[in-house]
Design a protein around this ligand. Structure first.
Ligand code: PLV
Length: 335
């Protein structure tokens, strides 16, 4: 990857999170990427590879893949259309337009926007940029593991990698990155939120399932179906992938605590990963014997995300509080 659009992100040791979990926590700060998330690694790489044969790109996205596509295509001087669902916060439209993309809002969830993107590929001959399901995207994402390994040096090997799963592109990239650096014995803790848990639901069912709807507020994790490669890796013997689900409340709590601890605002999608520390998922896995009691440092991928600002965060908080109160009333009424 000679010329690329992503940057080598900082790897920060978090004293606050290390204290929570009882082992050193290293944060791979993908929120620092020029597009606001790790997505620029894979999407940037894919766009580069498609450039010579392309008259324009179309990307379906929950927001962040689109932001990465818009950024990369602006740098390359090729037009891009980004299709997002209505569940993506409205201020993201402006952010995408500021990157020079033509934005269309299609349907309620990402799967709806994606169907329209595939139609445009057929009717207008645009090059399709998927948000997660492509080998070149995984190859691009894999660079983050090589970078982390280089920064940690030969004497430090993580006890686990923590990441979020939407459609599973980040997961596939990290598995490949672990292969590249010879860390295939490092387990991955793959985090999802309840209501956007397509990997966990598939693993429980023993086959790939499609969720009826995305009911989680972590909309960037909102693919109804995980990509086949992520499902395959999750069931293979060559790597240990521990699939865990947290609630939206836990993801939001993690976003807020992280904001206080690190002074960094991330999306709910990223909060899912952080909740593994703040909601003691790692502790539980240790208690269950699925992670060792004496754990080597944790490598936490701070995937970032642009679909958040201060106002949206407070609205989200109110919404989840209302949902919780409504849930209690409903339970009482049922009793
Ligand atoms: N978001 C995709 C898919 O959305 C998108 O188009 O933006 N963390 C953040 C901040 C993300 O934006 C995403 C994916 C993920 C994690 C999960 O990555 P994945 O899809 O590769 O598992 C529907």
């Amino acid at each position: 990857m000679a010329e690329h659009f992503h940057i080598n992100t900082p790897l920060l040791e978090s004293a606050a999170m290390s204290k929570h979990v009882g082992t050193t926590v290293y944060l791979k700060m993908e929120n620092c990427q020029p597009s606001g998330s790790f997505k620029i690694r894979g999407i940037g790489y894919l766009c580069q590879q498609l450039k010579s044969q392309s008259k324009g790109f179309v990307c379906s996205s929950g927001g962040n893949a689109g932001m990465a596509a818009a950024y990369a295509t602006r740098k390359m001087g090729v037009p891009a259309t980004v299709l997002i669902p209505s569940s993506t916060p409205h201020f993201v439209v402006q952010r995408l337009e500021d990157q020079g993309a033509l934005v269309k809002i299609v349907g309620k969830v990402w799967d709806d926007a994606n169907a329209e993107a595939l139609r445009l590929v057929e009717t207008e001959g645009l090059s399709y940029v998927p948000p997660f399901d492509h080998p070149l995207i995984w190859k691009g994402h894999s660079s983050l593991v090589a970078e982390a390994a280089a920064t940690l040096g030969p004497n430090v090997k993580p006890g686990a990698v923590l990441l979020s799963v939407g459609g599973g592109g980040l997961l596939c990239g990290v598995v490949q990155g672990l292969k590249d650096v010879g860390w295939m014995d490092v387990p991955i803790i793959a985090m999802e939120t309840l209501g956007a848990d397509c990997l966990n639901a598939s693993l429980k069912a023993g086959r790939m399932v499609t969720l009826d709807d995305i009911t989680s507020e972590a909309k960037s994790l909102g693919a109804k179906r995980v990509c086949a490669k992520a499902f395959e890796y999750s069931r293979s013997q060559e790597v240990t992938i521990i699939s865990e689900v947290v609630t939206d409340q836990q993801a939001l709590h993690a976003v807020e605590t992280f904001l206080d601890d690190q002074r960094v605002l991330v999306e709910m999608a990223c909060g899912a990963t952080l909740a593994a520390v703040y909601s003691r998922v790692v502790h539980r896995l240790q208690a269950e014997g699925r992670l060792p009691a004496r754990l080597r440092p944790l490598l936490v991928i701070v995937c970032g995300g642009c679909n958040v600002n201060a106002e949206q965060l407070s609205q989200l908080k109110q919404k989840l509080q209302k949902k919780a109160i409504f849930g209690v009333h409903q339970k009482n009424a049922e009793q």
